[in-house]
Design a protein around this ligand. Sequence first.
Ligand SMILES: Nc1ncnc2c1ncn2[C@@H]1O[C@H](COP(=O)(O)OP(=O)(O)OP(=O)(O)O)[C@@H](O)[C@H]1O
Ligand SMILES: [Mg+2]
Length: 254
Amino acid sequence: MSAPALKITDLKKTYATGTVALKGVSLEIPQGDFFALLGPNGAGKTTIIGITTGLVNKTSGTIEVFGHNTDTETELAKMQIGLVGQEVNFNPFEKTLNIVVNQAGYYGIPRSVAIPRARKLLTDLGLGEKMDQNAMTLSGGMKRRLMIARALVNEPKFLILDEPTAGVDVELRRGMWDYLTGLSKSGLTILLTTHYLEEAEQLCKHVAIINKGQIVAMGTMEEVIATHHSGEPAKDGYRGGRLEEVFLKLTSDK
Ligand SMILES: Nc1ncnc2c1ncn2[C@@H]1O[C@H](COP(=O)(O)OP(=O)(O)OP(=O)(O)O)[C@@H](O)[C@H]1O
Ligand SMILES: [Mg+2]
């Protein structure tokens, strides 16, 4: 059997402030999966992603990316990953095209290859008209799409997106989900976090729900819903989809 795209074992993280963000998280994402990591604000999702991508130091535990241990084969592990972070983090004074091309430079991809690749990615993501403008001229949703183009320019095998559709309007959001579904069908492994539970329910194969630094449910989308959905509303008033009911039941204090 081929190594999973991501294998996290007993991951713990206590920040310098004393906040215990992860209390022993284990999860496995098979190659080719479309995996949703869901949880309320502050549950620990971005911390997991930060440690996986080498931006945050862990307290203990192990992480393997396609079988490469992030402690002992750091560069090999990192090279497999494309990251779309939760915060916008590019230079707004830079040209949109150059942001993507320069990222390719970090991976040693020659400009003659990077430029056409960046143009295609930006065009596919609906930013063809904006390529030659400074990134500051992009709207919020466009900035998120620029970050997806940048994350894909080194042709990673594993794409991690931390709330890719936050602040993106309905039509563009659908477009983005279609785009990600297409990437998934082409074989790319995807891990994402989102607070749009109906979309995750429809599109993702596997799901983990995390609450206060611990996984409270994990499996295929169908398994998690079948195991935890009682048919009763989790709360009075507005009712969401099945996954939303399960999510509230497992994560709500009230
Ligand atoms: N740099 C940091 N220093 C100290 N505490 C932090 C730091 N980053 C995150 N935390 C804390 O760790 C916990 C988990 O935060 P994290 O950002 O991983 O949550 P999240 O699940 O991504 O939430 P959200 O849905 O709001 O993005 C929170 O209590 C948060 O306040
Ligand atoms: Mg987060």
